[in-house]
Design a protein around this ligand. Structure first.
Ligand code: URA
Length: 209
C-alpha cells in the first residue's frame, strides 16, 4: 500500500496556517503556497538515490555524492496545481514538466480530461503529480490514470491539504502511489470542500472570487 507522508516541518505548518487564514490576500497566499511547495519538494525527494563521484576541491581529491537514478517529472493538475509548480522547480530545476487538465462533468460529476501534454521521455521519469487539494480524489485518480495509460510507473502525489476520503480513494485505486501532504484534514462538507481546508485553492491563487 502506498504511504501517506505528512510533512510536519515547523516552517511548513507555520506557513500553512496563514494559507488557511481567509484574511490572507492573493499576493501573500500565492507566495506562501510557493514557499510551502519548495519545502515539500525537499521532503518528497528525501529518498532519491545517490551515487559517489570523485571531485577535486582546491585542497584535495575526494568522493562526493550526486543524485542518481531516474530523472524527475512534475505534473501539475490544471489549474490550481500551477500554483505549486514554481516552488518545486526552484529545488528541481532540471525536472521536466507535463500538464494534465481536467474538468468535472456537471451531469456525471466525473473528471473529464481536456488537455494533456507530457515530456516525450515521461515513462522513464519518476513523476510528482501536483495539486493543492486532495478532496474526493476524483481528479487525482484521473490524472494518475492518464499517466499510467501512457506507460508511467513511478508516481507520487503532492498536496497541500488532503481529506481522508481522498487519500483512501487514491490508495484504493492506485496503491502504488505515495501521497505527500502538509496536512490531513477532518473531511469533506456537502459541497465537496475540505474542512477546515483553505477554501477554493484556484480562486484564492488567482483572485477569481
Ligand atoms: N478544491 C478546492 O480548491 N478546495 C477544496 O476544499 C476542495 C477541492
Amino acid at each position: 500500500m502506498g504511504k501517506l507522508v505528512i510533512c510536519d516541518h515547523p516552517l511548513i505548518q507555520h506557513k500553512l496556517t496563514f494559507i488557511r487564514d481567509m484574511r490572507t490576500n492573493t499576493k501573500d497566499f500565492r507566495e506562501l503556497v510557493d514557499e510551502v511547495a519548495t519545502l515539500m519538494a525537499y521532503e518528497i525527494t528525501r529518498e532519491v538515490p545517490l551515487e559517489s563521484i570523485s571531485v577535486q576541491t582546491p585542497v584535495a581529491e575526494t568522493q562526493g555524492k550526486v543524485i542518481s537514478g531516474r530523472m524527475l517529472g512534475l505534473v501539475p493538475i490544471l489549474r490550481a496545481g500551477l500554483g505549486m509548480l514554481d516552488g518545486v522547480v526552484k529545488l528541481l530545476p532540471a525536472a521536466k514538466v507535463g500538464h494534465v487538465g481536467l474538468f468535472r462533468d456537471p451531469e456525471t460529476l466525473q473528471p473529464v480530461e481536456y488537455y494533456t501534454k507530457l515530456p516525450t521521455d515521461v515513462t522513464e521519469r519518476e513523476l510528482i503529480v501536483i495539486d493543492p487539494m486532495l478532496a474526493t480524489g476524483g481528479s487525482a485518480i484521473a490524472a494518475i490514470d492518464v499517466l499510467k495509460k501512457r506507460g508511467c510507473t513511478q508516481i507520487k502525489m503532492m498536496n497541500l491539504v488532503a481529506a481522508p476520503e481522498g487519500v483512501k480513494a487514491v490508495h484504493d485505486v492506485h496503491p502504488d502511489v505515495d501521497i505527500y501532504v502538509a496536512a490531513l484534514d477532518e473531511g469533506l462538507n456537502d459541497h465537496g470542500y475540505i474542512v477546515p481546508g483553505l477554501g477554493d485553492a484556484g480562486d484564492r491563487l488567482y483572485g477569481t472570487k
